[in-house]
Write a protein that binds this ligand. Structure first.
Ligand code: NAD
Ligand code: UD1
Length: 338
């Protein structure tokens, strides 16, 4: 099976390419490198010992996409390409709607014209808003998003659902990721945020490596076991393997399917700091600050449906997630620039 991976030079995409190649899939990556660089692809090639055909291409570029699809004869697409910085999306909503929504509409149109009607889409737990219940099952109603990034995910889920409904030849799998952290065991690929990280784990690793002075914990007055926010952190390699399992569902011609990809366990910010320190032996200085607007107290998945229907469950525990995030950060203090 030949798989088009959009956004394959990015954090989750590069880890997924490794797992796909390990499972014997033919993989072709397209990426416009707006939030990544080709070095990640070279490093994937080193890990797997296989070539990764790569096209620098924007998913908004209909002509180039068409040329690539004429040439490559894909069976399915795993679609990671998108902008993902929550704060930036509030400042630049047009850019987010254009890139993520118009980009996906263009991609899907070119796919259908080439009779490629299998897609796995990167969605997010953010579509549940402030979740109606915990643990969050896939039946939990979609909620009110607090930023344009979240809306692009929510809207694209609807777009792909409607396209599948109108044309049952489509197989659409929506994967709702919880909080991916960690890195490949080799420590050669990992998350490489631009500027000051928004997300917790890169902020912790950059503090541990001395690039940031201290971590600010956004609020300790939530209704959680220690007052700090609780999330479902998942190792990026487990997440990547979830995509390989989802491809098997695509082969079964499953129509529309939705799965949470999480571990089913919630950890607070203070739990993460403690586990990080225990796993790495490195101290993380922190201060308590005010709540971050848009944050919720608790968010963790029920991972049962993915287990029952895909035979997938997360294997790595929190200590390994912390150790692997640190291994990547300390070997690559400046990301792919080293
Ligand atoms: P990332 O930024 O590392 O990877 C996304 C890749 O897409 C980048 O390499 C970027 O250059 C590329 N890209 C962006 N716009 C493009 C365009 N128009 N054409 C071609 N390439 C383009 O992000 P990631 O963390 O690997 O996330 C992958 C996907 O998963 C995204 O869709 C993201 O929204 C989604 N997601 C991520 C998280 C998370 O916490 N990392 C959580 C939920 C969902
Ligand atoms: C955020 C996004 C969400 C996105 C997800 C993955 C918001 C409101 N939500 O989720 O849309 O899908 O990232 O990219 O931005 N924290 C601190 N100090 C920090 C950073 C984070 O205390 O410096 C806390 C947060 O308050 C939260 C937890 O750590 O309780 C996790 O935060 P983060 O990594 O940003 O993920 P989410 O908020 O779950």
């Amino acid at each position: 099976m030949k798989i088009l991976v959009t956004g394959g030079a990015g954090y989750i995409g590069s880890h997924t390419v490794v797992e796909l190649q390990n499972e014997g899939y033919d993989v072709v990556v397209i990426d416009n490198l707006s939030n990544s660089c080709e070095k990640s692809i070279e490093r994937v090639e080193k890990i797997t010992g296989k070539k990764v055909p790569f096209y620098k291409c924007d998913i908004l570029d209909r002509e180039k996409l068409s040329e690539i699809m004429d040439k490559e004869n894909f069976d399915a697409c795993i679609h990671f390409a998108g902008l993902k910085a929550v704060g930036e999306s509030v400042q630049k909503p047009w850019e987010y709607y254009e890139n993520n929504i118009a980009g996906t509409l263009t991609l899907v149109d070119v796919m259908r014209k080439h009779n490629v009607k299998n897609i796995i889409f990167s969605s997010s737990a953010t579509i549940y808003g402030d979740p109606a219940f915990i643990p969050i099952t896939e039946e939990c109603p979609k909620g009110v998003c607090t930023n344009p990034y979240g809306w692009t995910k929510s809207m694209l889920e609807q777009v792909l659902t409607d396209i599948q409904k109108a044309d049952p030849e489509w197989n659409v799998i929506l994967l709702r990721y919880f909080n991916p952290i960690g890195a490949h065991k080799s420590g050669t690929i990992g998350e490489n945020p631009n500027g000051i990280p928004n997300n917790l784990m890169p902020y912790i690793t950059q503090t541990a490596v001395g690039k940031r002075d201290h971590l600010t914990i956004f609020g300790n007055d939530y209704d959680t076991h220690d007052g700090t926010g609780v999330r479902d952190y998942i190792h990026v390699v487990d997440l990547a393997r979830g995509h390989v399992k989802a491809l098997a569902k695509i082969k079964e011609k499953a129509g529309l399917k939705i799965y949470n990809l999480g571990t089913g366990t919630g950890y607070s910010v203070l739990d993460i700091v403690k586990n990080f320190e225990e796993a790495t032996g490195v101290k993380v200085p922190y201060e308590i600050g005010p709540r971050r607007p848009g944050d919720i107290a608790t968010c963790y998945a029920s991972a049962k449906k993915a287990y029952d229907e895909l035979g997938w469950k997360a294997e790595y525990g929190i200590k390994e997630m912390c150790a692997d995030s640190w291994n990547w950060q300390k070997n690559n203090p400046n990301g792919y620039e080293d």
